[in-house]
Write a protein that binds this ligand. Sequence first.
Ligand SMILES: NC(=O)c1ccc[n+]([C@@H]2O[C@H](COP(=O)([O-])OP(=O)(O)OC[C@H]3O[C@@H](n4cnc5c(N)ncnc54)[C@H](OP(=O)(O)O)[C@@H]3O)[C@@H](O)[C@H]2O)c1
Length: 263
Amino acid sequence: MNQIPDALYSDQENTTWVIVGASRGIGLEFVRQLLAREERIIATVRETNADHASALWGQAGGDHGRCQMFICDILSEASIVNFVTQLVAIPNLKIDYVVLNAGVLRYPNRATETSFDEFAFHLHTNTIGPIITAQKLLQTSIPIGTIVFMSSDSGSAGNFREVEDGFAAYAASKAALNQALRHMAAELRRKDDDTIILAMHPGEVATDMSNINVPWEIEGVITPEQSVTAMIDVIQSKGIQHSGTFWTWQNQVSQPSTGRGNL
Ligand SMILES: NC(=O)c1ccc[n+]([C@@H]2O[C@H](COP(=O)([O-])OP(=O)(O)OC[C@H]3O[C@@H](n4cnc5c(N)ncnc54)[C@H](OP(=O)(O)O)[C@@H]3O)[C@@H](O)[C@H]2O)c1
């Protein structure tokens, strides 16, 4: 699976991105755009032999040297640890940006109807998996510039979206993610660790996840290309003073009342 000699990683000049959940949708678009920008990418999928993983290689084209594919299932601690262990084995690796993009939405997931298991599934995938993946990466000696969590405006505590009938477990999982990453940023500050922690809302993006019939009108649907082009600029514009804050793809805070990202 590892397509290039590790020696390539001793060159520290290029920017290296880790995209977790790169098989389709927003994650795959990150890989496509970063390849076009000549960046180096470590992309994860759940299954390398599935059709969607082949699509990732299709995006990499003949230049697999800048895009390495690894397996990581964020529902499994063993899979997360195995992935991070493989990164630790890469000599001189430094990571500029980690995008924890993997997420699920099983619609509908109403608080009055959803099962224990369905609720747990959203929390395990959208909250616990991303936070533990970040934690395991931070516990290595790999230098990491910025960790971006793909959140959602559905999880904004400051801007409750009452119209979103059927989104209770999903919204709760993203709200919990927001609060946990905020603590992560505060803990890192106390340890004088200057890794930047960000939450992002990618917009209303036309992907498999959003391909559901909801009874309200979704305004301003954008393509993965539009979302990712904008998000790369937003991510790269943030410094350590922004750690623990929440930004939209349009570089706005979730609710612009405090001047900082309102989680
Ligand atoms: N689309 C939107 O409008 C929108 C809005 C707000 C927030 N978001 C957030 O943006 C992120 C990407 O969404 P999307 O629209 O691109 O969704 P998508 O097209 O459904 O893609 C979801 C991605 O997450 C991966 N994934 C799911 N469970 C995983 C697991 N246990 N371990 C590893 N990877 C896993 C999927 O891999 P497989 O192919 O293996 O399933 C896939 O690559 C999500 O976190 C979502 O909540 C999206």
